[in-house]
Design a binder for this molecule. Structure first.
Ligand code: TXA
Ligand code: MG
Length: 320
């Protein structure tokens, strides 16, 4: 009952041009009415996000694909049937009614239907598609719990608390072209899963270096402390004030603290626990830097390593 009235109040805030943070299965989003450019501008301002980085538009009904896109492509509905609600964002040609600020001036808009009941009810109750980036300050750690959102935006009044996010890394973002699909950001919907539905396509994962995709920068998602990937970067010699993030339960000697992301190396568990562990280590006064164990780049492991590399980028020897 209480949740219902909270969702209804939050829907009123969206209708009136305000901002609401809400849970999704991936990470928490900071939402505004996607059709109201003034409301969307408040998202960019609060997040301190550069205007060249487009927002994903969240919908609760597949019919909204038609109202928000200019060009019909039957592959989009087919993918929506296969993966929505779920962690897949499909970039399509936008209808002129989608304000330019949402798409950072691009002709394309990213659409996604989140697999979270609170998110879907909020979108339905507000009566508008909701433009929402992750609810963190630009470049900082993504939020997988309501308390992470409160930490980033202490003045934000409307935060719907749906508990911890079930997936833990942001959605897979894809575009479609004549030859197939291109993964702009890896996530829980993997290339292999997409290939089952687009068998004729040449599905590619765009490498970070060739990424012309807006908002894709080599450095992102960073904790407020240095992060190093074990075996991939030179580490400071003394780890006595460092935390070790263990992806398979293995212990490490000489660290102040060890966080077990998954006791048996289950990659979906590593994804769920990754941002939460980074938030905790960023807060602990006895920890000066973080060392993360790498994972196998298969399935969601590709998304995990993408996020770790972006978090570690500024501490790589060649980027110092
Ligand atoms: O899981 C998620 O996707 C979460 C939840 C809240 O839905 N949202 C999220 O949004 O991660 P954000 O803004 O933090 O990341 C969205 C990224 C952009 O940085 C950009 O790389 C890509 O998605 N994107 C969005 N719209 C695009 C477009 N029109 N063309 C190309 N890339 C786009
Ligand atoms: Mg983000």
């Amino acid at each position: 009952m209480k949740l219902t009235s909270e969702i209804e109040a939050a829907a009123g805030v969206i209708r009136n041009g305000g901002l609401v943070a809400f849970p999704t299965e991936t990470v928490y989003g900071l939402g505004a009415n996607a059709l109201d450019p003034v409301a969307v501008a408040k998202v960019f301002a609060l997040k301190e996000r550069p205007s060249f980085d487009p927002l994903i538009v969240h919908i609760a009904d597949v019919k909204d694909i038609n109202t928000l896109t200019a060009l019909q492509d039957e592959r989009v509905e087919m993918l929506a049937r296969a993966f929505w609600p779920g962690p897949l964002t499909i970039v399509v040609k936008k209808d002129p009614k989608v304000p330019d600020i949402v798409t950072a001036g691009l002709d394309n808009v990213g659409l996604r239907m989140p697999a979270n009941d609170i998110a879907l009810r909020l979108i339905e109750a507000s009566g508008f598609p909701i433009a929402a980036p992750s609810a963190n300050k630009f470049g900082q750690l993504s939020p997988t719990r309501a308390e992470h959102v409160r930490k980033a935006f202490p003045s934000l009044r409307h935060i719907l608390d749906g508990g911890p996010c079930r997936v833990g890394v942001e959605s897979t973002v894809i575009t479609l072209d004549d030859t197939g699909f291109l993964i702009l950001r890896p996530g829980a919907v993997t290339r292999e899963m997409l290939l089952k539905h687009l068998p004729a396509s040449s599905g590619k994962v765009k490498s970070v270096l060739e990424a012309a995709s807006p908002g894709h920068m080599p450095s992102h998602y960073s904790p407020a402390k240095p992060l190093y990937i074990l075996g991939q970067q030179p580490l400071p010699h003394d780890t006595s004030r460092a935390a070790f993030l263990s992806a398979d339960g293995s212990q490490a000697e000489g660290y102040a603290h060890v966080e077990i992301l998954s006791a048996k190396g289950v990659l979906t568990e590593v994804a769920v626990n990754l941002f939460g562990a980074l938030h905790r280590m960023e807060e602990r006064p006895d920890i000066e830097f973080i060392v993360a164990q790498a994972v196998n780049e298969k399935g969601i492991g590709i998304a995990i390593m993408d996020r770790l590399r972006k978090a570690a980028f500024r501490y790589s020897a060649e980027n110092l």
